[in-house]
Ligand binder design. Structure first.
Ligand code: SIN
Length: 290
């Protein structure tokens, strides 16, 4: 590795861990993800528990809670501790805040089977998502979700590349990515918005490479060819750098809370033709700035 890459890794791995008074937090990797225990998410949380979870979320970006038996209302209450609930677009038939993440038997495609963050095409992209998986594939394994640390993706670029990217923006288009055989429902209001290509995390100020292959259509400051070439390079980073990753292996009644600014995720569809079921609640964020 180049010295600047090693420096970035060392800076991340030597950060002091927050002190927690109510929970136990075990890192999944030195750069992203942690399992949290000692908390029952079906109960109302105290100020101390909420502060501990918030600190762990900012430090690890992805929090995994095992063996949680919660209702939809408790799921939404939990999300509401961290911000305003985000309505699903297009509105689902039932609860406007609950998105079913459901794979039917023999499905040819599943939601999230590409590197992305949720809702980046919105003017005020999502702060985070909470996915509660209650049924894993009948095979007993598969359907893991991968997460990539997009702070570190930025920090491991060469200084010259970081300087170049810092001045650019990217257009995020909710209809950019086409899934074979799938047409967008007519009631889907397609969001199209421009964000800085490198944004600062609204709470920590740390820079993030904020670009993904599902939503970003182009970089308006560049020619079409230049934009394509730069996006091919940047969109390839999460998949080509396993050191940015953690991998969550789901067990029934696991809830994962991830940061949609600092982490991208990829649901792996390695369990065809089996099924999988969960529900996701997302949280509103604010506008993102360079
Ligand atoms: C998603 O939110 O993209 C779905 C993630 C998953 O099913 O693991």
């Amino acid at each position: 590795m180049e010295q600047y890459e090693l420096d970035a890794l060392e800076a991340v791995t030597s950060r002091p861990s927050p002190e927690y008074s109510t929970i136990t937090v075990d890192a999944l990797t030195p750069v992203i993800g942690a399992e949290v225990s000692g908390i029952d998410l079906s109960q109302e949380l105290t100020e101390e528990q909420r502060a501990d979870l918030h600190a762990a979320f900012l430090h690890h970006h992805v929090l995994v809670f095992r063996d949680q038996v919660i209702t939809s209302d408790e799921h939404k209450r939990l999300a509401g501790y961290f911000g305003e609930l985000r309505p699903v677009n297009p509105p689902p038939p039932g609860d406007p805040y609950l998105l079913e993440i459901s794979t039917s038997k023999g499905a040819t495609e599943v939601a999230g089977n590409r590197w992305h963050s949720d809702g980046t095409a919105d003017a005020e992209p999502s702060l985070g998502s909470m996915l509660y998986i209650t049924r894993i594939p009948e095979a007993g394994s598969g359907g893991d979700t991968l997460f990539a640390n997009m702070h570190l993706a930025y920090e491991m670029l060469s200084p010259a590349m970081r300087g170049f990217l810092d001045s650019l923006t990217a257009v995020h288009d909710g209809a950019h990515f086409k899934v074979k055989g799938y047409t967008l429902p007519p009631e889907y209001v397609v969001p199209v918005n421009e964000h800085p290509l490198v944004v600062r995390h609204p709470e920590t100020g740390r820079k993030i490479l904020y670009v993904n292959g599902v939503y970003v259509s182009h970089i308006p400051q560049l020619s079409d060819e230049e934009s394509r070439a730069v996006l091919d390079l940047l969109n390839g980073i999460p998949s080509s750098r396993p050191l940015l990753h953690c991998r969550v292996r789901w067990t029934p009644n696991t809830l994962v809370f991830w940061d949609n600014r600092s982490a991208q995720h990829h649901a792996s569809y390695d369990y065809y033709p089996f099924t999988r079921y969960g529900q996701r609640v997302a949280i509103n964020g604010g506008p993102l700035k360079a």
